[in-house]
Design a protein around this ligand. Structure first.
Ligand SMILES: *[C@@H]1O[C@H](CO)[C@@H](O)[C@H](O)[C@H]1NC(C)=O
Ligand SMILES: *[C@@H]1O[C@H](CO)[C@@H](O)[C@H](O)[C@H]1NC(C)=O
Length: 443
């Protein structure tokens, strides 16, 4: 197994990338660490992407002459995109390269006449320098932005080390607000997006700190036994929280250990169903002692179940508390409080009945960075199943304001989403929800 391989799972939120594309063009906003990496014109990946974009451009245009890129204005690597000046037009292309499928997709092509020297620049705002010569509207906008940022800093207890750092975080905050607005305008459900505790992080920082790249590598997953279908027709709604099978929302901190939380959550539920007792089980044991998975670097539920079987069970949260970093394994058999006997994979149907046996461990494409509440129904393009990078716990389903939903327990603290929960539209296999569902079995 090659866990060194990291997929460029980059594009979950194309819009965030778009924002960085725009930011990248603006000299005043350029070069912040964590923004996209600039590419040299000789970069082989860029050349390939460029050729692809050119071909697609020519395929789609009605002119008799084939056009070639005359000048690359900017190129960066978050997404292989390129801007080309075709003498009369400046184009922004986003080419999505999927190396393991040997495939490229043209995500976006936007061309406009090259009259303005900075044709794709938007909303240029000079931060922290409110001069009275600015148009009233812009000043008002800035004042509001600064107000929101200040409120954010107070609410989430943020301090930054320097003025420079503060300005940088403000710029990110601003970009993120625009992304959230975009998501809001494109959401098909009832979700509200906006300022969250992650609003001062770039998408890249967010991914690095909180997500789990191993999950997208489903091919490395040990194949699991399919679950037996033991339930009759599912009721129209079900919520394991109402039945006492779900422990309080936990917080993984700045560690990509979502997989461990997803697995303990599942076993807590399974143990409750078997014994009637709700425990809070140790994620740290998995972070420290599961040698197949990669602690804060990510893991797979299938491996974790196996590790628990080998170890002999799980200690409680109290006995083996969470620290959010990998330490040496401090597990003792004496303190095992819950065990499992095997694990199964659940059917890929999105029917409620398969999740009725207990709260289910499953994986999906990221819970959105800027989600606040409501039933989220993102466009499929923002939630492509092969980009799965987060493991969570499915605890129920139902319908709210006519929107069928899955209730999803996250591990980002109670101050994420609705008291720590994320609600995702149910019924159109969004975000890979049906791709990697698994559960422990306690005999
Ligand atoms: C706020 O942050 C500071 C420094 O990061 C920390 O010392 C303090 O305990 C935090 N306060 C709260 C209420 O979280
Ligand atoms: C399940 O696992 C536990 C702990 O390893 C073991 O004591 C028990 O006998 C197992 N049950 C079955 C039915 O195999």
């Amino acid at each position: 197994m090659d866990f060194g391989f990291r997929c460029p799972v980059i594009l979950c939120l194309t819009l965030a990338v778009l924002a960085s594309v725009l930011a990248d063009l603006d000299d005043t906003l350029m070069g912040a660490p964590g923004s996209s990496v600039r590419l040299s014109e000789n970069d082989p990946g860029l050349k390939k992407a460029l050729k692809f974009a050119e071909d697609r451009y020519n395929m789609g245009s009605n002119t008799m002459h084939v056009r070639r890129v005359s000048k690359i204005l900017s190129a960066s690597k978050q997404v292989d995109y390129t801007i080309m000046n075709t003498e009369t037009e400046v184009c922004v292309f986003e080419v999505w390269d999927i190396p393991w499928e040997r495939k490229s997709t043209l995500l976006k092509q936007k061309c406009q006449p090259a009259v303005d020297p900075k044709p794709v620049e938007t909303n240029k705002v000079e931060f922290l320098s409110l001069s009275s010569s600015k148009p009233v509207e812009e000043t008002e906008y800035l004042v509001e932005l600064l107000g929101q940022f200040k409120e954010f800093m107070v609410r989430y207890n943020r301090t930054y080390s320097s003025k420079k750092d503060t300005e940088r975080r403000l710029r990110i905050f601003h970009e993120n607000l625009k992304t959230a607005e975009k998501l809001q305008s494109l959401d098909l459900g009832t979700a509200e997006y906006g300022v969250t505790k992650f609003s001062d992080l770039t998408e890249e920082e967010f991914r690095t700190l909180y997500l789990n790249p191993l999950l997208s590598q489903q091919t490395f997953q040990r194949s699991m036994k399919p679950a037996a279908m033991t339930h009759g027709p599912a009721p129209p709604s079900w919520d394991w929280r109402e039945h006492g099978a779900v422990s309080p929302v936990k917080n993984q901190g700045m560690c990509g250990s979502c997989w461990a939380f997803s697995v303990t959550g599942n076993i807590e539920g399974q143990w409750f169903v078997k014994t009637g007792k709700l425990l809070s089980l140790s994620e740290q044991e998995l972070v420290d002692c599961d040698t197949v998975d990669q602690a804060c670097g990510g893991g797979l539920p299938s491996n974790a179940y196996e590790a628990i079987e080998k170890l002999g069970g799980l200690e409680t949260e109290t006995d083996y508390s969470y620290t959010g970093k990998k330490q040496s394994c401090d597990f003792t058999t004496d303190k095992v409080t819950a065990y499992i006997n095997s694990s199964v994979e659940l059917s890929k149907d999105e029917n409620g009945d398969i999740y009725l046996s207990n709260p289910t461990c499953f994986s999906l494409v990221v819970c959105p960075q800027f989600y606040r509440k409501g039933v989220s129904h993102p466009l499929k393009i923002f939630c492509n199943p092969w980009m799965i990078d987060h493991a969570v716990l499915l605890v129920g389903y139902g319908e709210r304001q006519g929107k069928p939903f899955w209730a999803i327990k996250n591990s980002w603290g109670e101050d994420y989403g609705e008291q720590g929960y994320y609600y995702l539209y149910r019924g159109s296999r969004l975000c890979g929800i049906n791709k990697m569902c698994s559960s422990a079995i306690v005999n």
